[in-house]
Write a protein that binds this ligand. Sequence first.
Ligand code: ATP
Length: 441
Amino acid sequence: MEHSKITMEKIVSLAKTRGFVFPGSDIYGGLANSWDYGPLGVELKNNIKQTWWKMFVQERLDMVGIDAALIMNPKVWEASGHVATFSDPLVECKTCHERYRADQIDLGAPCVKCGNKGTFTDPASFNLMMKTWLGPKEDASAVAYFRPETAQAMFVDFPNVITSSRKRVPFGMAQIGKAFRNEITPGNFIFRTREFEQMEIEYFVHPSDWEKFFEEWLANMYKFMDRVGIDAARSHNLEVAKDELAHYSKRTVDIEFDYPFGRKELYGLAYRTDFDLSTHAKYSGSNIVYTDPMTNEKYVPHVIEPSFGVDRTLLAVLLSAYDEETVASEEGEGDTRVVLRFKKEIAPIKIAILPLSKKEELSNVARPIAEALAKYWRVDYDETQSIGKRYRRQDEIGTPYCVTVDFESLEDKAVTIRDRDTMKQERVPIAELEVWFKKQF
Ligand code: ATP
């Protein structure tokens, strides 16, 4: 289906009704811009993260993972530049006191909340780090921050990783985890929230090799997008202008995606030079230098950083998978079929087991099938409503295969497998199901 016809309303509503994502704290009237991942959302999110980990850690001999503490020594954020510069320009409407990010609104236009014109304060910088206090004293000595990115732990842990893993440059570290930013204007569903998840890589290279690895990682990012099913036709590179680069970066390419609310950042790829390792060496007093075991050359490795947002991945995956088609078949003449065409690897439910009726003779056959297949794949078991409606529901949540157990199954010991995309049906002996599905996944 043409992607310009896919609206956020459709995605948000499907996400809620089918249990992918719903408003956080819903029974209390919600909490602005907080979202909970439901039973299908958590499966999808886990599959995205596992695919990423498999591709960038497990399948590579030059990568290791870490899982660091969320709250780090506050000196980390002084060294990294976050205390001084991790801020957005904030303006306030002098009439209604609504606050906006100055770079995201037209300062000459009226305030969208109260409609008054020309009433904004001068932009002031607003630090986005979420502050807290460690322990019972709420004074300056106890101030700490929830990490605004997962990256810094990989620099801080560099000496421990090098000595314990015995990795040699070029090599990389990967981490998946939550990050927090006190965004001035969160919004657009899970696109921009104050609590989100990142998947980041710090790839350490010899300074003279950075350009080669930058190109290699840009290509790797697109390979990942293809593997999870993000539409390449809707994805674009944006070379960040020199005067807009972050303080640590010599080159940044943002990968942008065409969301229904416009073309905006999905991922970022940055060449961070030796900025982080060198500043942490300076601030901590540690000696962070790498010695090449072959040449004995001593240097501070340079860093290529591919950075992926989990939540934005999930949104881009949902938008890429969403499809509507009119079907004229025995499953409903002239019906609109909503299908999430997920890649099989990331579909939250892989197989639905659907006994034709609730009769015990059928569930006696269907339940053991579900239990056997659930050892390998996430399975759904559903025995209510008409079979047509149950197929529609599975299409809407992107289940690649439905297995129907009917009265004939009692005689021929076989079941019907229906393919989500082609809607073609195939009769397969129950005894061969496991082998049949192992060929598909
Ligand atoms: P933006 O310009 O959209 O604010 P950014 O350039 O500040 O993003 P980075 O610091 O490069 O983002 O963070 C890396 C990735 O983390 C982003 O590409 C995005 O996928 C994700 N991300 C960043 N901020 C948020 C947020 N508030 N909510 C959800 N995901 C986010």
